[in-house]
Design a protein around this ligand. Structure first.
Ligand code: FAD
Length: 434
């Protein structure tokens, strides 16, 4: 039996661990085209700020890999031949499979304005991009950042940490409008301004102007120009689903899979950022770009490839991240609509966050310590916790486990409710009685 794993990301690696946990004999071959193999992609943000050394991005040791007993080939997979059950590597050699996992992740959407190919235009997708950012930041004095979501701010923070002055362009009138509410956007914007970032609202980039082959300035739709030597962009990501499309697997925005992470070809599975998975919260099939779901999906896919029946039930997606230095946890469904700064989803993002069903908002705290809870009839549907993270874990558990909150429903929605106290009391009572 030969398992072929396409992609050396967290989903791919988790599938190898799962297969090996139940099957010591089968052959496992992993194929990946990133020159650095497996590393922590979320860690890249902390690498560019200087908070993490590059070594810390590689948590796995040689012994860890040896224990899993699989082969790794650094190569680009060019095509899947379903009828012959084989893949084509680098357009030359072929490798047959019995079970195939597509765990090819997602890629940053390209910037398409004139001048996007100039030296000094950067993104944060791979470790190579992070190296490039550090290299341009050494010489650069001023950067313009365009885009939205978490990555645009990670770029901003990384450049600031390297002593670069930053102009942040927003197409609309506030930051991340389809996930954060207005108050939360203003908290983040206020912190960016305190850090010295110049915010430009209603600012649409139309051209990167070159100077001797390098970025020299940007031009905006309203005719303004901003002088800069770096242009950093994070305008969204797209599942790397081309191989699946060519192989005529069922696709929507990502590769469609059933609860066993199986595509419409029973010998081909998909997991991680490339897969579009059924979401019980919204009743739709959605995309995530989140480390933990990618890992869980990869693991479940691996068990199924090895012949176990392991269904993957998507939980409430959450991310603990930093927005302009402010620790922020986003859980479940919290927003709606479209954000003009991101096309589709971004890194560290989930479509579930924007699928808000009927819910009433309860809010507490202002400025740096803020909590917003989406209260359904019997359960909490989503939450955002900014600053003090005391409520982060209880809220994750209450939302993920759909714990009945009927008893505190009215208390949470009462005028002047002390939300934090209500949740903390409820949670400690739940723990002692559970
Ligand atoms: C800068 C950044 C910040 C992030 N922040 C967060 C965060 O705060 N929280 C969070 O939960 N998540 C975050 N993420 C997202 C998280 O890293 C991803 O959800 C996760 O890595 C997805 O894992 P994956 O295995 O599906 O795909 P990937 O990690 O993308 O791995 C896919 C692999 O497949 C390879 N591949 C693709 N096509 C081919 C091909 N044709 N041939 C060979 N190899 C191929 C790629 O090179 C890659 O190695 C962040 C990601 C980035 C880049």
């Amino acid at each position: 039996m030969r398992h072929v794993i396409l992609g050396a990301g967290v989903a791919g690696l988790a599938s190898v661990e799962a297969i090996r946990s139940v099957d010591k004999q089968s052959e496992i071959i992993m194929l990946g085209d990133d020159p650095h193999g497996f590393y922590s992609r979320p860690g890249l943000a902390y690498y560019i700020t200087g908070e993490l050394p590059d070594k810390a991005l590689f948590p796995q040791t040689r012994e860890d890999y040896a224990r899993l007993n699989f082969k790794y080939h650094k190569c680009r997979v060019a095509k899947i031949y379903r009828a012959e059950k084989k893949v084509e590597l680098d357009g030359r050699t072929y490798l047959s499979y019995d079970k195939l996992l597509i765990a090819t992740g997602a890629k940053a959407l390209p910037l398409t304005v004139p001048g996007a190919g100039l030296k000094g235009v950067v993104k944060l997708d791979h470790l190579e991009d992070a190296h490039q950012i550090l290299s341009v930041a050494k010489r650069g004095k001023t950067a313009v950042v365009v885009g939205g979501g978490i990555t645009a701010l990670e770029l901003t923070e990384g450049l600031l940490a390297r002593g670069v002055k930053v102009h942040y362009l927003l197409r609309g009138d506030r930051y991340w409008s389809n996930v954060l509410d207005e108050h939360e956007s203003r908290i983040v914007e206020g912190r960016l301004q305190e850090e010295g970032v110049t915010l430009n609202f209603h600012a649409e980039l139309v051209e990167v102007i070159g100077k001797s082959g390098k970025v020299g300035a940007v031009r905006l739709l309203d005719g303004r120009t901003i002088k800069c030597d770096i242009l950093a962009y994070a305008i969204g990501i797209k599942p790397r689903a081309d191989l699946a499309r060519d192989a005529e697997l069922a696709l929507d925005r990502g590769i469609l899979v059933n609860e066993f992470l199986q595509t419409n070809d029973p010998d081909i599975y998909a997991a991680g950022d490339v897969a579009q998975v059924y979401d019980p919260i919204s009743g739709r099939s959605v995309l995530d770009s989140l480390w933990h779901p990618a890992r869980e999906q990869g693991y479940a896919a691996g068990l199924n490839m090895a012949g176990r029946r392991k269904s993957y039930i998507k939980g409430a997606p959450f991310n603990v991240t930093r927005l302009a230095g402010l620790t922020t946890t986003i859980i479940g469904a919290v927003g709606q609509g479209r954000d003009e700064d991101i096309l589709g989803i971004a890194r560290g993002d989930s479509e579930t966050w924007r699928q808000l069903p009927d819910a009433i908002v309860a809010q507490g705290g202002f400025d740096t310590n803020h909590v917003r809870i989406l209260v359904g009839e019997k359960t909490l549907i989503g939450a955002i916790v900014m600053g003090d993270q005391t409520l982060s874990t209880p809220l994750q558990k209450i939302i993920a486990n759909k714990i009945d909150i009927s008893k505190i429903h009215d208390k949470l929605l009462a005028r002047d409710a002390k939300i934090a106290d209500v949740i903390v009391d409820f949670w400690s009572h739940h723990l002692t009685t559970a």
